[in-house]
Design a protein around this ligand. Structure first.
Ligand SMILES: Nc1ncnc2c1ncn2[C@@H]1O[C@H](COP(=O)(O)OP(=O)(O)OP(=O)(O)O)[C@@H](O)[C@H]1O
Ligand SMILES: [Zn+2]
Ligand SMILES: [Zn+2]
Length: 824
């Protein structure tokens, strides 16, 4: 008997283990490791993933239930991806099914459908026939295929009670099936017969069927297959006319699968490899030889902005392809602009599949199928593209490897960089981590002198291509501006520089660093701030709608005219939003053309692309925006970059605040002067001495890093120590505290048992979380700080497991974040 070991799709700790099923003979050829199957489980039919085909079952064979269905002809996961999922579950303490679900396109997230059929021996009374005859008729008619319960209920709204009773009595039989949310798109297509048949057929068409004759004439001129809809339009007729020709045997209508290609209507100019600069050639050499030798190596490609890293990725990919292997390129979501996609599509054409969240579910599914079916060999995409279903990967590139968006903030809380390195280990691929500002973790590891398969080899590109200089950076102390009586948003330097660009017809990028700079409402008389009633966080003001909104739970109310606490009319909207900057620009520079890019202006599909195209075509003088204007853009006429509120995020209670600030400033500075025209950068700050701001001036990554690493080592923060954050939430604070304390003391006891000093493993808290209440639940957190080599995840999992029943009864929810990136 064939046995399948299955992980069922119920994301709980209790079901987080494999269950064995027997495989009926009829399905034997279809079930593989990585197959998606439907299985009976606790009275329901569930979707599951086959993780093994063991020789023997863990339970008595006679007690095994059978797999009820195989959901895909080709398994959506490979053995390699199944292994990767198992590793993710251990690494980030998430249920296995949660890891597998993260790898599947949304279209394949099955949903259970109920089907009903009439039992063979069922008898119905005349009364019943009179009352629900139509329903019974429908049931009998569909008995071969079985009728979908949800469809019956909509169609026969009055007969719900009958259905329920008959099902209970066993006169109707219910079956469950797992169905995909979305299927491949099929287009009805007309296949004309050969010319002779058409000619003969035409003669037989009666004179009054003029339309049919016209369709035949049209097809005689255009003998290729054509979509039914298109033919109807072209021949000026209806689908039913064409169908009658099918009945005459003159053509055939069949469903043909069609790919929803999001880039179908775009032409990509063909690009060929550029002759590399000597620095680029030296950088590519070790990467290419690793790919050649199937040597699983990790590289850190540390190259300043504009140093030509992308050209190196392209040629490394070329190398992998020429050996018949595949490549994955990860790009941060907001840097995945059409311009970025174009660079890959121009070089590799139709071999490129693109995966990102702005595509529709259907488009994403089709791109994913292109990969799985071997029609694409290069996948370019955001975080989840690391799971692209390739079978022979030679290279994984992670561009801007320091980006926080590579960490998923909801379960599975994985980091794509770590997943990529593990996947490369499983498939013998090389990994290239590229950045102008590598994360301190990656950089420290590369320069540590430690040896090991995960330790990146360091490659440096300290200069821009073609001797283009890095832009000059001026730092403006806004406190001085205020002293001199300038209360405006723009310093005199920035205003002058802007005016100069307007006169020359050159372009400016303005970054408003808005992290931690929300626009909140405060009363100037009593200091009252308007908070979300469900979360302990200020509401954000949206000028367009006149609404105040909570960014965590979506709660909204209209903006107050007077203070809700003291009725004072002096209520004010604080903080500088992009809208305010836009107004101020219009006021200060009459006639200026500004494109504003922030969450409000880019929520619509395609809007992101539209703005960038407009800017590229120089239909605007200024591109103003949040983080999204800082990454990856390459516009020849941008000669000025201005940063407002450079230090805004420095006050966030996050030990990476300085690192993030330095990275963001360096990235945005890198947008200036990338082509012939030289660039200039002006950074406005209230904290000019802070090393994260000051080091940007000399483009001095090394200096910034040295200071920052020193601070981290003193405090035992990453990369010198590692963290696991646990957040407990509940409606009641005492309950939370008791659970939090039990966890902390449990882990401490475990550490003592193992003889670990507090420098090796320490538990901080429980303390209220930075956001102490969210959606009416209070939140406490514990932070586990430990030395890197320790298998702390397993210890934490053990302690949580040990307190299982007590926590379950209390209703306290626990969320675990291994290597957290966001401290908020
Ligand atoms: N070998 C080369 N010869 C000529 N031009 C080149 C070469 N390599 C790259 N370039 C050009 O230099 C510019 C910068 O290169 P690229 O965008 O690859 O840099 P990057 O390091 O990826 O930049 P960033 O990290 O700032 O996005 C581009 O316009 C690119 O076409
Ligand atoms: Zn809220
Ligand atoms: Zn007030």
């Amino acid at each position: 008997m064939t046995i399948a070991r299955v992980i069922v799709d119920v994301p709980s700790r209790e079901t987080d283990r494999p269950f064995d099923y027997s495989v009926p003979d009829s399905l034997r050829d279809w079930v593989e490791v990585g197959s998606r199957v439907a299985v009976p489980f606790a009275g329901r039919t569930l979707q599951g993933i086959v993780v093994a085909l063991p020789g023997d079952a863990e339970v008595e064979l006679s007690r095994l239930k059978a797999v009820s269905d195989v959901l895909d002809a080709v398994p959506p996961l490979s053995e390699e991806l199944v292994k990767l999922g198992e590793w993710m579950s251990r690494r980030w303490l998430c249920p296995l099914t949660v890891a597998f679900q993260a790898m599947l396109p949304a279209a394949l997230k099955g949903r259970t459908e109920k089907y009903v059929s009439v039992a063979d021996d069922a008898v119905f009374s005349d009364e019943e026939l009179a009352e629900a005859g139509a329903l019974l008729h429908a049931l009998r008619k569909d008995s071969a295929t079985q009728a979908k319960l949800s469809a019956l209920l909509t169609k026969f709204q009055g007969s719900g009670a009958h259905l329920k009773r008959w099902l209970k009595q066993g006169r109707l039989i219910e079956r469950q099936k797992v169905e995909n949310r979305l299927s491949v798109k099929t287009v009805l297509t007309v296949f004309p017969r050969d010319a002779d048949t058409l000619g003969a057929g035409k003669a037989d068409i009666p004179a009054r069927a003029r339309k049919q004759r016209e369709v035949i004439e049209w097809l005689e001129e255009h003998p290729e297959p054509i979509a039914l809809q298109e033919l109807a339009e072209a021949a000026g007729t209806t689908a039913s006319t064409i169908r009658s020709l099918e009945e005459r045997g003159l053509l055939e209508i069949r469903g043909v699968t069609e790919d929803r290609d999001p880039y179908a209507d775009r032409d990509f100019p063909v690009s060929s490899p550029l002759p590399l600069t000597p620095a680029q050639a030296t950088a590519l050499e070790p990467i290419a030889s690793a790919i050649d030798a199937k040597d699983r190596k990790v590289f850190l490609l540390h190259g300043v902005t504009g140093s030509g890293k992308t050209e190196i990725y392209l040629q490394a990919i070329q190398q992998a392809l020429s050996l018949g292997r595949e490549a994955i390129v990860l790009v941060p979501e907001i840097a995945l602009t059409p311009q970025m996609v174009e660079r890959f599509k121009s070089r590799f054409g139709a071999r490129v599949a693109v995966l990102h969240s702005r595509l529709s579910q259907g488009e994403r599914f089709d791109e994913w199928r292109k990969i799985r079916e071997g029609r694409a060999q290069v996948a370019v995409g955001a975080r989840s593209a690391v799971f692209a279903p390739f079978s022979n990967i030679g290279l994984i590139v992670i561009d801007e490897e320091h980006e926080t968006s590579y960490k998923q903030e909801e379960s599975p809380k994985y980091h794509a960089r770590d997943v990529a390195i593990e996947r490369a280990r499983l498939s013998g691929a090389a990994v290239v981590l590229g950045s102008a500002t590598p994360s301190l973790e990656t950089y420290e590891a590369a320069l540590s002198g430690r040896a090991g398969p995960d330790i990146p080899h360091y490659i440096s590109l300290p200069e821009r291509v073609a001797d283009r200089p890095l832009p000059g950076v001026t730092i403006v102390d806004m406190r001085e501006e205020l002293k001199l009586g300038n209360r405006a948003m723009f310093s005199r330097e920035l205003a002058d520089a802007l005016r100069d660009r307007l006169a020359k017809g050159e372009q400016t990028v303005l970054l408003l660093n808005r992290r931690g700079y929300a626009t909140f409402v405060m009363c100037r008389s009593c200091g009252h701030t308007v908070q979300c009633p469900h979360c302990d966080i200020s509401l954000t003001h949206h000028k367009g709608s006149g609404n105040m909104r909570c960014h965590y739970c979506g709660y909204a109310e209209t903006e107050p005219k007077t203070c809700p606490a003291c009725q004072s009319p002096h209520i004010r909207f604080f903080g500088t939003g992009t809208q305010k900057v836009e107004e101020s620009l219009a006021h200060t520079f009459p006639g200026i053309r500004v494109i504003r890019m922030d969450v409000d202006t880019t929520s619509e599909k395609g809007s992101h692309e539209k703005w960038l195209t407009e800017f590229r075509e120089r239909r605007a003088d200024v591109l103003l925006g949040t983080q999204m204007v800082a990454k990856g853009l390459d516009f020849p006429y941008v000669t000025l970059v201005g940063v407002l509120a450079a230090d805004a995020a420095l006050r966030l209670p996050d030990f990476r605040a300085a690192e993030r600030t330095f990275q963001l400033l360096t990235q945005v500075a890198g947008r200036a002067g990338r082509h012939e025209l030289p660039g200039e950068v002006i950074i406005q700050t209230y904290d000019p001495e802070h090393s994260s701001v000051a080091s940007v001036q000399g483009h001095d990554y090394a200096k910034f890093t040295e200071q920052e690493l020193f601070i981290r080592s003193q405090l035992g923060y990453p990369p010198y120590g590692r963290l696991i954050a646990l957040t407990f939430s509940h409606e009641s604070v005492p309950m939370l505290l008791s659970v939090g304390q039990r966890f902390a003391s449990g882990l401490k006891a475990k550490a003592a048992e193992l003889g670990l000093a507090s420098t090796e493993l320490d538990v901080l808290g429980p303390v209220p979380s930075p956001i102490p209440r969210l959606k009416d639940r209070y939140r406490f957190q514990c932070m586990v700080k430990y030395r890197g080599e320790l298998a702390a995840s397993a210890l934490v999992a053990g302690v949580l497991q040990g307190m299982g029943e007590a926590v379950k009864k209390s209703g306290v929810l626990t969320s675990v974040d291994v290597d957290p990136q966001m401290m908020l």
